[in-house]
Design a protein around this ligand. Sequence first.
Ligand code: CO
Length: 142
Amino acid sequence: MKKIEHLGIAVHDLEASNLLFEKLLGVSHYKIEDVASEGVRTSFFAAGPNKIELLEPTSPESPIAKFLEKKGEGIHHVAIAVDDLEAEIARLTKEGFTVLNEKPKKGADNKLVVFLHPKSTNGVLIELCQDATPPIDKWGME
Ligand code: CO
């Protein structure tokens, strides 16, 4: 585990929250990206060395829509950067954590991601992410 890569915050209205976080952090978001497979639109802020990801659902079936329904807006996940996602999946499975997707999938901001079920991590959804090389937009997927 290298560091906390970003915090993910679920929001109802990305546009309004972008303005709010711009005011809060004093910087503009540096990208907006749809992750169709997850049914979310994301925006990213860099505050010094730290990143915040805002997540707005784009469909009622989105996991973010379900989260908002159940818990309301707030911190949705903590993302941790790793060097070798496959090795971490193997290690954490062996340690008894519940890995939600055994195969890394495309996340936002050029990452491969795997999620750990919150029931095995003190109620916090954990995203493990690894930089995608070559960059995902060069894969010709989707
Ligand atoms: Co994230």
